[in-house]
Write a protein that binds this ligand. Structure first.
Ligand code: TXA
Ligand code: MG
Length: 340
């Protein structure tokens, strides 16, 4: 039978804390996307996350903490360079993958000998962590494979009836998930790009980039999450890159094979008027990467609400946040990419 899913306001955190302490799961806002949290020390509670999201059991979770003292009990060894990154970027959108201690239950690490940790930079998330006194294992609070939720209404859409509560903290800031950095071997390696950029990390130390960020990897990725289809709306998404993007999209939209489809474009403000007759969703200015990142998931969900069949998305440069933006767009497009 379906549960009633409560929407809690930020002044009702006490109710969320009680649920978490009872071994229940609760969705909460972070500065990146909404997370679906459970007591990270309770394997039964953590397994409820996998059931609610329909998440494959071999995809490990990030543990959220609010205090550096919690790191010690969760990791076996903390390299000095990882500590340096925590000092510089926490709280913030950087998850560090470290050798795990015995304390970390197998449901969190999905059988790996590492664990991902992060300290979120969001007042509600930090208050919940502090007040509850528990580290929280939390993936993004979407149904597996769907775009990550950047608003409480997105979580409600995917998980109503499956979780007891959602804390509504409004729209999240970054809108794409944290950077995942593997610190279990040297040099450290980016497994998933996010708000903390390659450029920022390389100012401090040498950093490798996992090839799975650019292409599909179905075999043995270092980050299990990279092998699953992700962030995909129901519409077919095609990513168009190069220097003739608007021309190419108009051409494709006009082609006879697409004649009976409801077509949309995720466009930048600069070119949004270049698609007469198509449904245009404005991602923001090309000059404002943060804005674009924050709108991607929301607009992919809007594309579904509008019942679009086919969505063309304009491509971006890979510099700075562009790496995270393009990584999410490639995956939303299931690697259907057209070069112009
Ligand atoms: O911003 C975020 O990171 C959000 C918020 C809620 O904190 N969380 C999030 O979690 O995006 P999730 O589960 O949707 O994505 C976590 C990613 C997955 O790709 C997973 O495979 C990878 O991190 N990951 C987690 N633990 C790992 C580990 N020990 N080794 C390698 N990859 C790991
Ligand atoms: Mg996710």
């Amino acid at each position: 039978m379906d549960l009633e899913t409560l929407i809690l306001q930020p002044n009702q955190l006490d109710q969320a804390v009680v649920l978490l302490q009872q071994g229940e799961i609760v969705a909460f806002p972070t500065e990146t996307v909404y997370g679906l949290g459970a007591n990270a020390l309770d394997g039964t509670a953590v397994s409820k996350i996998f059931a609610a999201k329909d998440r494959p059991g071999d995809n490990p979770l990030i543990i959220h903490i609010h205090d550096y003292s919690q790191v010690e009990s969760l990791v076996k060894k903390l390299p000095r360079a990882a500590r340096e990154l925590m000092d510089k970027f926490w709280p913030g959108p950087l998850s560090l993958v470290l050798p795990k201690s015995e304390t970390v239950v197998k449901e969190v690490s999905a059988g790996l000998d590492t664990v991902a940790l992060r300290m979120p930079d969001h007042p509600i998330a930090l208050e919940l962590l502090k007040h509850g006194g528990l580290p929280l294992a939390a993936p993004s609070a979407n149904t597996s494979g769907k775009p990550s939720p950047t608003r409480a209404s997105h979580v409600y859409h995917d998980l109503k009836g499956k979780i007891p509560a959602i804390i509504d903290g409004g729209a999240t800031g970054w809108g794409v998930e944290s950077t995942v950095l593997d610190c279990s071997s040297w040099p450290f390696r980016i497994l998933r790009p996010g708000g903390v950029t390659l450029e920022q990390l390389r100012e401090l130390m040498p950093i490798e980039v996992d090839p799975g960020i650019y292409q599909q990897n179905n075999d043995q990725p270092r980050s299990p999450g990279m092998k699953y289809q992700h962030y995909a709306p129901d519409a077919t998404v095609v990513l168009v890159v190069g220097d003739q993007i608007t021309m190419k999209i108009n051409q494709l939209a006009d082609s006879p094979e697409n004649a009976n489809l409801k077509i949309g474009v995720l466009a930048t403000t600069e070119s949004k008027d270049a698609y007469p007759g198509l449904t245009v969703l404005d991602l923001g200015s090309r000059l404002n990467q943060k804005m674009i990142a924050s709108r991607i998931y929301h607009l992919l969900r809007v594309a579904d609400q509008l019942d679009l069949d086919l969505v063309f998305v304009e491509g971006f440069s890979e510099a700075k946040m562009g790496m995270a933006i393009m990584n999410r767009l490639r995956r939303a497009a299931n690697y259907q990419i057209l070069e112009t």
